[in-house]
Design a protein around this ligand. Structure first.
Ligand code: HEM
Length: 509
């Protein structure tokens, strides 16, 4: 109180100081605005610019990073967790994610922010992370597992997605294609995680509490990134707002996963012969290696399965939604994909491509990569340095200043991808000989970079290709006239209002 009255007295005695300060602030604001750079004001930080651009955060970050030469410091208001060097500079990315990986662990703060994920792979560091990564990698590259995923995906597409789109085409109804893809990938992911199909993609669009709770968790996680810490603490103390939403969602998640685990245990006890090829079964079989028992082992199973559900459902559904939308805007790309699918029809009598046949769809792979470059499902990553560090761009990072890498902006930097960086041009991924062009992960960041690179990349490509091969030759998608397409503010790049479309059978007027 004393300090405040002293300050007011000081300002009253020296009005010329106040006038100079005001001039300085206005001048700095105008100068930075002219250069497209947001101002970090004392106390309120970049709050004015953040508020003005709240509805278009990704585009705004892209604009100021482009103007600033790939990196810029942004401060939130006092008390907010935002004090970061925001960057889209491949040199910084390679430094943080690969060369100095050891100095940028996920850390306790990250684990507290994402507490709902428990000790699963996304939160883990050190030995626990290395163990989970080894086990998950071993399973995902197992030939029997891959064959089983390919077969169950084909079955779900044949018996679930295609009949659903058939009926939508017949009725002419407007449908949210994003919702359809979230339901599809929820079922597909649950099938390889729990070995069970929850039936979220049924014709009556059922409400599945597990899926709804995942949506709620994602929303709260995003708000935790931007809300002032004291406000979050108060909500948690009073058990209101986002804190209440999170604890309700956690209860649903915990109960649903516990049910899946007990169903799986019952089924495993009944099964003789070959064990099922799903993640839960493989973990149930290696309890000794995990070294946990009773409730502790169940908690480990809960954390592990939830992390992979989160990894698989939202990323792949977001990628598919943006991809189908881009195709509606670029019929020439759609035509080339259809031509490739005609030239490489599935050989099996079942009517679906095998994993080896999907691999040969090179143009489709290029088009999916191009879509992921412009619309990466994980739009940003943040990292904190364990020890103070200097990035290749010259910026200092330390205990209070973190690094935010905008994956969304990285795909849109002229300095990284050239003058046509904003165009959807799958050809950039092809060599003159028609082969796939490799781009280093510190430039094409959609699947993360370095030792924590996404473990599901090949699985995701195989599933996305299978979906496109099942849908595109049969159906044409038309975006509804009133649809507004814009990214949602979330840790996943969903579309804010979904993707409202009509589906037409190909060949019909
Ligand atoms: C288009 C689809 C996908 C995209 C764009 C994507 C992207 C990413 C990104 C950016 C990360 C780093 C996250 C972080 O560390 O904070 C990541 C990690 C991971 N992803 Fe994916 N992912 C996709 C699909 C999948 C699928 C289908 C799986 C299923 C198994 C999966 C499994 C994982 C795992 C286990 C990690 C953690 C790796 C680690 O920390 O060592 N992903 N993914």
């Amino acid at each position: 109180m004393e300090a405040v009255s002293w300050l007011l007295g000081f300002l009253g005695r020296y009005p010329e100081f106040m006038v100079s300060l005001a001039c300085l602030l206005v001048l700095s604001y105008r100068l930075k605005r002219r250069h497209g750079l947001p101002t970090n004001w004392p106390v309120i930080g970049a709050l004015p610019a953040i508020s003005v651009n709240a509805g278009r955060v990704h585009e705004w970050i892209t604009e100021f990073l482009s103007a600033a030469g790939l990196s810029y410091v942004i401060k939130g208001p006092w008390g907010s967790p935002v004090d970061a060097i925001v960057t889209a500079d491949p040199a910084n990315v390679a430094h943080v994610f690969t060369t100095n990986f050891g100095n940028y662990p996920k850390g306790e703060e990250f684990a507290a922010l994402f507490d709902v994920l428990g000790e699963g792979i996304f939160n883990a560091d050190g030995e626990s992370w290395a163990f989970q990564r080894r086990k998950t990698h071993a399973l995902l590259s197992d030939a029997r597992f891959r064959a089983s995923v390919a077969a169950s995906t084909a079955c779900k597409l044949r018996e679930g997605l295609v009949p659903l789109l058939d009926s939508l085409a017949a009725s002419g109804a407007v449908v949210d294609l994003q919702d359809v893809f979230v339901r599809l990938t929820f079922d597909l992911t649950a099938m390889f995680v729990f070995g069970l199909d929850p039936g979220c993609l049924a014709a009556d669009f059922p409400s599945i509490p597990f899926a709804t709770a995942m949506d709620a968790v994602e929303e709260v996680l995003f708000y935790r990134h931007i809300s002032p810490v004291p406000w979050l603490r108060l909500q948690s103390f009073l058990k209101i707002g986002h804190s209440k939403k999170m604890s309700k969602a956690r209860q649903v998640l915990d109960a649903s996963i516990a049910e899946f685990i007990s169903l799986r245990r019952e089924r495993s006890a009944d099964t003789t012969g070959d064990a099922d090829a799903d993640l839960l079964t493989s973990y149930l079989a290696c309890q000794d290696e995990v070294g946990k028992e009773g409730a502790e082992f169940d908690r480990f199973l809960r954390d592990t399965t939830l992390n992979i559900m989160v990894a698989g459902r939202d990323t792949t559904s977001s990628a598919l939604t943006w991809f189908f939308w881009l195709l509606t805007k670029q019929p020439d790309v759609e035509a080339r994909i259809l031509a490739e699918l005609r030239d490489h029809p599935p050989s099996s009598g079942a009517g679906h491509h095998t994993a080896a046949e999907l691999k040969r769809l090179v143009y489709l792979h290029a088009a999916l990569s191009e879509s992921l470059r412009l619309y990466p499902p994980v739009p940003f990553e943040h990292k904190a340095a364990a020890r103070p560090d200097t990035l290749p761009s010259g910026a200092r990072v330390g205990p209070s200043r973190r690094v935010i890498v905008s994956f969304y902006s990285m795909g849109r930097m002229e300095a990284v991808w050239g003058k046509d960086c904003l165009e959807f041009r799958p050809e950039r991924w092809l060599t003159p000989a028609g082969r796939l062009r490799h781009e280093p992960s510190y430039k094409f960041v959609a699947f993360n970079v370095g030792p924590r690179t996404c473990l599901g990349k090949h699985l995701a490509f195989a599933q996305m290709k299978a979906v496109v091969a099942a849908v595109l030759p049969r159906f044409r998608v038309e975006v509804d006239a009133g649809a507004v397409v814009r990214p949602k503010l979330s840790i996943i790049l969903h579309m804010k209002d979904g993707l409202k479309v009509r589906v037409h059978k190909r060949g019909e007027a």
